[in-house]
Design a protein around this ligand. Structure first.
Ligand SMILES: Cc1cn([C@H]2C[C@H](O)[C@@H](COP(=O)(O)O)O2)c(=O)[nH]c1=O
Length: 189
């Protein structure tokens, strides 16, 4: 049974909420990239890394190696782990920002999830939700560019095991759709 589950998507699809709700439904733990300890420092780290796009990709890869190892260990010990973004996002965003590195050569050395799910949402609805967030991040704005979005979605689609569309789904229905697609059992069953 899948215990280390990765959820990937563009920004604004509802990934973070879904990760939290799915982890609760499975009686498991929610994790995120780059993780709560790094998140407050992220802007500072981006400033230090500057224009070197490969540096940003390597930063996220290092975090994926570290957080992925923790997730893998917890899953191997019998816990369900739901991770908000992982290697597919790291590679997809690096590619969309023009980094031309052989990421696939590194994959065998990195922790592997049991299943990765690409969450999709009707694009008009996604744009509406991003707008409703108030201030958009640089990444949010980049995801509105059709070329950028196309590269990210092509990479995510090629690298995820499953795709689940959550258009028209409320929070609970989104969890049900993912559980059905993954075939994992909610807590208590
Ligand atoms: C996790 C991760 C995020 N990102 C970018 C893409 C997201 O739009 C942005 C914010 O991610 P977040 O919404 O999951 O916090 O950071 C990368 O470029 N590489 C990565 O490995």
């Amino acid at each position: 049974m899948a215990r280390f589950i990765v959820i990937e998507s563009l920004d604004g699809v509802g990934k973070t909420t879904l990760v939290r709700n799915l982890a609760a439904a499975l009686g498991g733990i929610a994790m995120s990239m780059p993780g709560p300890a790094i998140k407050p420092l992220r802007e500072q780290i981006h400033t230090v890394l500057g224009d070197a796009r490969i540096a940003h990709a390597l930063f996220y890869l290092a975090i994926a190696a570290a957080e992925g190892a923790k997730a893998r260990a917890a899953a191997d010990a019998g816990q369900s782990v739901v991770m908000d973004r992982f290697l597919a996002s790291t590679i997809a965003y690096a590619r969309a920002r023009g980094v031309d590195a052989d990421f696939d050569a590194l994959l065998p050395a990195l922790p592997r999830p049991d299943v990765s799910v690409l969450l999709t949402l009707d694009e008009d609805e996604r744009v509406r939700r991003l707008g409703a967030r108030g201030e958009m991040s640089v990444a949010d704005i980049q995801s509105l560019d059709p070329v950028f979005r196309g590269v990210v979605m092509a990479e995510l689609g090629a690298r995820c095991d499953l795709q689940v569309d959550v258009t028209g789904a409320d929070e609970n229905e989104a969890v049900r759709r993912v559980i059905k697609a993954v075939g994992c059992l909610p807590a208590g069953l």
